[in-house]
Design a protein around this ligand. Sequence first.
Ligand code: ADP
Length: 740
Amino acid sequence: MYTKAIFIIIDVLAVIELYFVIRSLGKMTELFASWLKYALVSSVIAIVANILIAISFDAMFANVAYALYYGSIDWIIFYLGGFCLEYTEHSKLLSKCKVPVAIIMLADTLLLLSNPVFGNSYSIYTKENSAGFLFYQAESKALFNVHLFLCYVILFLALVFLIVKIVMTFSFYQTKYILILMDVVFVVVLNVFYMMLGLLLDASVIFYGVAGSFIYYCIKFLVPQRLMNVAVVSATDDMNEGLILFDIYDNCIYANSFAKERFLSEGKEFSFSNEPIATVMKDVGETETGFGHTEYRQTEYRDGIPVSRTYRVKYNELTDDKGHTIGSYFLFEDTTEENYYLEEIKAARVKADNANIAKSTFLASMSHEIRTPLNSVLGMNEMILRSTTDTQLLEYAENIKSSGDILLSLINDILDFSKIEAGKMELIYAAYSPHKILKDCHTAFSQMAEGKSLFFNIECDEKMPSLLQGDERRLRQIFSNIISNAIKYTKMGGVTVSLHSEDLDDDNVWMVARIQDTGIGIAEEDIQYLFDSFRRVNEEQNATIQGTGLGLSITKELIELMKGTIEVSSTVGRGSSFTIRIPQRIMSFSAIGKFKLHEEVSEHKYKETFKAPSANILVVDDVAVNLKVVEALLRRTEVKLDKATGGLEAIDKCNEKKYDLILLDHRMPDPDGVETFKRIKAEGLNLDTPVIVLTANALSGAEEEYRQIGFADYLSKPIKSNELELAILRNLPIEKVEII
Ligand code: ADP
């Protein structure tokens, strides 16, 4: 009685366990899960049939229960086979064979189920145990062998299939086959073992339940884990970085292919006392934080040639979920190529910098080369303008002057452009009067407008501050560029310049200027290109108008440097309007008042600003004509002028005579101006005589450099007579000068 009770309890427990597994499988969406589910449902039927055998009260009841039991085993095998094929991704083979196999299984099941009626497969007999209890046993007949044959053939085929697959498949899927093989072997071995016990009741069917749960556990957790390990290992093997893992006792537990190839010599293992870890640990030190970075250098020999490789190394501790240290890892990133390209970039940068320096040097010398002869041309022309009364000659000379001025402004534009490009444009802030700028614009452009019969109006808001702080020279340049364009590109009507200020904060205002013309206008699609360097829009129509396409690009850069904006609106054929807004500091809050133009005499009339008959001045230049220009420009000031055509002659002269002022050219053949200056200042009579440098170098920072050397003043060529006189006035002893 006890035997039966224990047997039934074990079976019931197996059913309960299977119920939970079947429920979990029902939640899985994969197809193989439903095959396994049906296999386990069949197992439940088999176990229930087994319970019925145990509680059989007569032979017929036992006969039916045995039929149910044997029949359900057919379906356990059928569905398990389906699961294997589906799980190992053989759904094509499965869909081909599932219907014929199901028919065979159905035929076998029907044969078994007909046994209670025909007694064809087995017969029932009773056996008594030692305690006197009756057990119903089944004795197989010849036909039962069909059933056994079917089951064993399928099991055998499954075994062959699995073994072949395990041998042939690549590692990633081996895990799946091994799992199924283990399960089949498990069931077979336990069954054989159980049979050997020769018990009166068959409880072996519960192994199906155990096996089902085992498979479920494996497919849900073990296999994915194993597959992930395989995937991670192959991914780390594919990595272009070296990975070495150590456990807490500093034993190497893993190193990827990269690390092995690069660092492991034959017969060696990674350890903290071997390379590369030993050096890395020495560099990072045993940090308390458990991580660190360093660089590791390794010399390889390729065909006997040493090749140096560098690695960026990351060292970190491995910790579990709770933060306990469980080991450490080292990541080696090969930076050889990166370093190589960085070096290349550095070299390219040096090259580019050198090219830029070469460009600046070229511009400086080009400006010098053009300015020097231009200096002579304009200087001599000035002499003609001063000395002749012949109207024809005066006209020629005026033409030379205006062409010379254009050439000079072109050189200035190119220089400004290169300064901006090199990021060397410097703004010099000082107080200025907006009125003065407007007046000067009027002086400069009214004639040009008149010449084209255009009106030229200037309007200024009376309330704007009278003194602002800004770079006056560059502001003039901005105004000049836009106004000269407006006049250039207007045939009829005229140009209006209006200026007003808008509040910005307590100390600053927006200086807003609008330059409007009634000219040819700019097409809407061209406006976007207006500020591009060297780009002129509407080329065909403007072919006869002189220009380089640089003016507006420089203007915009200057405005942006001053943190201002420029906007354009234009209608073709009706005119354009340029609005600039520049923030400026207020230097005087008093209102600027009404803008008045006191007409300037537009005629060219020179008048010297001073006379200094007792002043001794030395002028040094290797170009004779330049000496003549200075001499001519200073004639009416009556200064006593000595001339020297080179540095050596100048030094000799300075050793003989004390001068009140020296005008010294920079670019001269040996010794140049700077060298001559140093020698004059080293000894002799002119240790404290102010020296003004004459130079064609108008590049940014030039004035600063000259002043640092010790020059008292700086004049850029071509020398203008008023600038020359002003510079002399600034530097001559006051008692020698008579202001006129
Ligand atoms: P440019 O030296 O050619 O005048 P800018 O940079 O000063 O060069 O001007 C670029 C182009 O913008 C000019 O070529 C001209 O086509 C156009 N432009 C500039 N100002 C005006 C204007 N007021 N009216 C019509 N077109 C203009």
